[in-house]
Design a protein around this ligand. Structure first.
Ligand code: PEP
Length: 255
C-alpha cells in the first residue's frame, strides 16, 4: 500500500492545559481553520474538558479523545476513569502509554497493554505511544526498544482490532523540548515499527497502519516530517494549543 492510501491523522495532546471554557473557545477557533482537512483531526483533552470539547466539536470534522484510561471496567480505583465511561460520553480516541504517563505515573509495557485491551474492548481507537530516552538512543537500542514496546502493547490484539490502533513514535528527548527528531530519524524508527507490525500481523496490516511521529512537531517542521514514507501524521503537544499552528500542521498533512 502506498503512503497516500493510508489515513494520516493529526492528533493534539493538550496534556494538563485548558479549562472547559478555554476548551470551547479554542475548538471554536480551530473549527473553521481545519474544516477542509484531508486527514483525521483529533484533540485529546483533559478529562474535565471532554464534555465541553464534545459539544464544541459537534457537527465538525474534529474528533475528541482522552489522554489515558484505566484497564478495569469499574471498581475501587480512586481517581481513575474507565474506557466505558469515555465511550458513554461519546469519546472516540484515547492516548495510551504516553511517555509522561510512563515516566511520572508508573505505566509499564504491561499496564500499557492492559489499558490498550480495555480501550479496544470498549470500542475506542487507541493512539499507542512508544519511544526511547536519549540515553537509549545513544546506546543504540532504539530499534529493539520500540519493537519490544510495540510487541508487548499489542499482546492479545487481533488483526481485526488493529484498524483501531494508531502507533505514535515519540522519542522522549524530543517531547516538549523543541528538539525535533530529523525527518530521517523519524522515518527510520516509524519504519521499524511498521516492520514489527508486519512480523506480527503480516504485510497488508502493516502497510495499512497509521504510524505518527510526535516530539516538537510544529508549523515550521511538519511538512518535512510528514513527507516521509513512514510518517502518517503527528501527535502534537505544544503546537496543538494554538489554533493557527495546529491548523498549519493539519494543512501540511492534507497535501
Ligand atoms: C506530546 O505530548 O505527545 C508531544 C509530542 O509534545 P510536544 O509536541 O510538545 O513535543
Amino acid at each position: 500500500m502506498k503512503k497516500s492510501a493510508r489515513r494520516a491523522v493529526i492528533a493534539g495532546n493538550w496534556k494538563m492545559n485548558k479549562t472547559p471554557c478555554e476548551t470551547t473557545a479554542l475548538i471554536n477557533e480551530m473549527k473553521p481553520l481545519v474544516k477542509d482537512a484531508d486527514c483525521g483531526v483529533v484533540l485529546c483533552v483533559p478529562y474535565v474538558d471532554l464534555c465541553a470539547a464534545l459539544e464544541a466539536a459537534k457537527d465538525s470534522n474534529i474528533e475528541i479523545g482522552a489522554q489515558n484510561c484505566h484497564w478495569a471496567k469499574s471498581g475501587a480505583f480512586t481517581g481513575e476513569i474507565s474506557a466505558d465511561m469515555l465511550v458513554s460520553m461519546g469519546v472516540k480516541y484515547v492516548i495510551i502509554g504516553h511517555s509522561e504517563r510512563r515516566t511520572y505515573f508508573g505505566d509499564t509495557d504491561v499496564t500499557v497493554n492492559q489499558r490498550v485491551r480495555a480501550a479496544l474492548d470498549a470500542g475506542l481507537t487507541v493512539i499507542l505511544c512508544v519511544g526511547e530516552y536519549l540515553e537509549q538512543r545513544e546506546q543504540g537500542v532504539t530499534g529493539e526498544l520500540v519493537a519490544m514496546q510495540t510487541k508487548i502493547a499489542l499482546g492479545g490484539v487481533s488483526a481485526e482490532e488493529l484498524s483501531r490502533i494508531i502507533i505514535a513514535y515519540e522519542p522522549v528527548w524530543a517531547i516538549g523540548t523543541g528538539r525535533t527528531a530529523t525527518a530521517d530519524q523519524a522515518d527510520e524508527v516509524n519504519g521499524i515499527i511498521r516492520a514489527t507490525v508486519k512480523e506480527l500481523y503480516g504485510e497488508a496490516a502493516a502497510e495499512a497502519m497509521t504510524v505518527q511521529y510526535g516530539g516538537s512537531m510544529n508549523a515550521a517542521n511538519a511538512a518535512e516530517l510528514l513527507s516521509k514514507e513512514h510518517v502518517d501524521g503527528g501527535l502534537i503537544g505544544g503546537a496543538s494549543l494554538k489554533a493557527a499552528d495546529f491548523a498549519a500542521i493539519v494543512e501540511a498533512a492534507s497535501r
